[in-house]
Design a protein around this ligand. Structure first.
Ligand code: SAH
Length: 351
């Protein structure tokens, strides 16, 4: 049986019930104290039974969870209804709460040479429910551990997959989360390799929520970008530049920051020449921030730029008038850092 999205199946099951029942049912899914339709006591028993019979309460199931030595990062391998697996990460953030890093696809088709997920290829897109349920999984995880901070304040689409290659489901998931949690759109960041047609689409899509966007640039020199991000369009850089202008024309930059992510690969994209090209590109694009990501080891041959090198690269960018930050590496001891998300085949289920 093909899976049916909850946004369709719940209204179908409740078709003959008064309309307020729909809201009660949807709110029930986000209640931290409930673990099944049976527990949504505000609904009459026949409706609870009907929902139990045809709408799965949860679309992801825990397969394995690991916690970093520092306790600031938790990585879950979650199993989906068809037996495929994804990874999802809970990370302490500097606000003192949690950021979750969600997957948008099983695997990824983009083949970025430095990324572990890129090596898996794409198995399938996630459904919006499977994205939303990563949030629900972590929300109940922290709820069950009162010693942990209780709030998930941010979501980043930086797990497995390319979110803009799964545009509709990612959009629906975001809209559901925004409708049912305290989270605001600027607390959510969708990170993309730069799927240009979809970037264009979101500019004019009234249903695309005003979440933040991060573009994985990785090089402002076309030849280098093509080498490390093989799906890069030949004219990606000028097209992205044009797009950033449209983005800033359309949106208030204070609430919808645009970021370029840049993984620091020793000797590949971290030279003075690259810093100059990046500073010049950012200047042409406008108020884009740059976030440098120290390379996390995967089984590729890249080297992590040294800390001193990252520092001087930052200095060169700052001298060129660029606002630049460096991402803190978290969870690398449990392979939960950026680009390390790949479901290990040898992993055994936890009991
Ligand atoms: N497909 C999305 C999300 C990818 S993961 C995108 O391309 O943006 C989030 C970030 O981690 C991306 O910028 C990605 O390029 C980066 N990344 C991938 N592998 C990495 C690695 N091994 N070390 C550091 N960052 C990596």
């Amino acid at each position: 049986m093909a899976l049916e999205a909850r946004t369709i199946s719940i209204p179908r099951v409740l078709a003959d019930a008064p309309s307020y029942r729909l809201k009660q049912a949807e709110d029930g899914l986000f209640s931290l104290t409930k673990k099944s339709w049976e527990e949504v006591g505000v609904l009459p028993k026949p409706l609870r039974d009907a929902l139990t019979a045809s709408v799965p309460w949860m679309s992801v199931k825990l397969f394995h969870v690991a916690t970093s030595a520092k306790g600031d990062t938790h990585k879950a391998i979650l199993e989906l209804g068809d037996g495929t697996k994804i990874e999802s990460v809970l990370m302490a953030n500097k606000r003192g709460w949690w950021t979750i890093c969600v997957s948008s696809q099983v695997g990824c088709a983009m083949r970025c040479t430095f990324c572990a997920t890129g090596k898996m290829g794409l198995t399938r897109n996630l459904l919006a429910d499977e994205i939303v349920d990563q949030y629900r999984y972590w929300a109940s995880y922290v709820h069950a551990r009162p010693e942990m901070p209780q709030l998930i304040s941010n979501i980043v689409f930086m797990g497995m997959g390319e979110p803009l290659a799964n545009y509709i489901e990612v959009r629906n998931a975001n809209n559901t989360i925004l409708a049912h949690t305290e989270m605001g759109p600027t607390n959510i960041t969708v990170s993309t390799v730069g799927v240009l047609p979809r970037l264009e689409q979101l500019l004019n899509d009234p249903e695309w929520p005003p979440v933040r966007v991060a573009v994985s640039l990785h090089s402002a020199i076309a030849k280098t970008r093509k080498e490390i991000v093989p799906t890069s369009y030949d004219d990606f850089l000028p097209k992205l530049e044009e797009w950033t202008h449209k983005y800033f024309e359309k949106f208030d930059t204070r609430s919808r920051h645009l970021t370029f992510e840049y993984v620091m690969l020793g000797g590949v994209n971290d030279t003075t020449e690259h810093a100059k090209a990046l500073a010049a590109f950012v200047q042409r694009c406008g108020k884009v921030k740059v976030n440098l990501i120290p390379y996390n080891f995967t089984d590729s041959e890249f080297l992590r730029s040294t800390d001193a090198h990252i520092r001087s690269f930052m200095d060169a960018l700052e001298a060129g008038g660029v606002i630049v930050t460096q991402r803190k590496t978290m969870g690398d001891d449990i392979a939960a850092a950026c680009g390390q998300l790949i479901v290990e085949k040898k992993e055994s289920p936890t009991v």
